[in-house]
Design a protein around this ligand. Structure first.
Ligand code: DX5
Ligand code: ZN
Length: 216
């Protein structure tokens, strides 16, 4: 069964406590929290104070996806805000190895995200240090975009790399994931599905999460 990580970016921020309660009652495994700085991506979302509040509502895993420049400046602050897992972008890190070690030394799971144009092969010399790779299936910055089909090939390539090396690295897919394409994404080799608009804009978010969880 895939790990399901609904993205609160698509939730109703005026009713954030209810949205968290819904996720707690659902089959969601992780809370996916998208942080955008208006520099690495052309959009600004939410940050530390909001994540601290969300942390108080749940015992589930808080999976923080940093779409920001210089993520090393904020890793400790996100740990304090309650992040269990921290994802940084390959394209935003000059010293990726150092950044990954920093996240692990703060006792969080460490992941690297790849933009659609960034090949998985570039992770060859860091893969064994990663708990997870996030393959972006849209250009980061906005919810509600269409899944880029080439992602399937990237998932298969990464799955092969992980298998050949005997690693346990998780593969997470983020962007345009829905009950329509979830089964094919899992079949290609994904372990973790992020879904924003498909979950929060559905008439019955809990039922949608259930369908995603049982899509395989
Ligand atoms: C996009 C974010 C995603 C976004 C996904 O930059 O990283 O997590 O919330 O939204 P949907 O599922 O609507 O594509
Ligand atoms: Zn995300």
């Amino acid at each position: 069964m895939p790990i399901i990580a609904p993205s609160l970016l698509a939730s109703n921020f005026l009713r954030l406590e209810d949205e968290c309660k819904m996720l707690n009652e659902s089959q969601a495994d992780w809370f996916h929290l998208d942080v955008m700085d208006g520099r690495f991506v052309p959009n600004i979302s939410f940050g530390l104070p909001v994540i601290s509040q969300i942390r108080k509502t749940t015992k589930k895993v808080c999976d923080v996806h940093l779409m920001i420049e210089e993520p090393e400046k904020y890793a400790e602050a996100f740990k304090k805000a309650g992040a269990d897992r921290l994802t940084v972008h390959y394209e935003a890190c000059t010293h990726l190895h150092r950044n990954i070690q920093q996240i692990k030394s703060l006792d969080m799971k460490a992941a690297v995200a790849l933009n659609p144009a960034t090949p998985v092969d570039l992770l060859s010399d860091i893969l064994h240090d990663l708990d997870m790779v996030l393959i972006m299936s849209v250009n980061p910055g906005f919810g509600g975009q269409e899944f880029i089909p080439h992602t399937f090939q990237k998932i298969r390539n990464l799955r092969r790399m992980i298998h050949e090396r005997g690693l346990q690295t998780l593969i997470q897919i983020d962007g345009g994931v829905s009950t329509e394409n979830a089964a094919s994404i899992v079949k290609a080799g994904a372990d973790v599905l992020v879904a924003g608009s498909n979950v929060f804009q559905s008439n019955d978010p809990k039922a949608t999460i259930h369908t995603l969880k049982n899509c395989y």
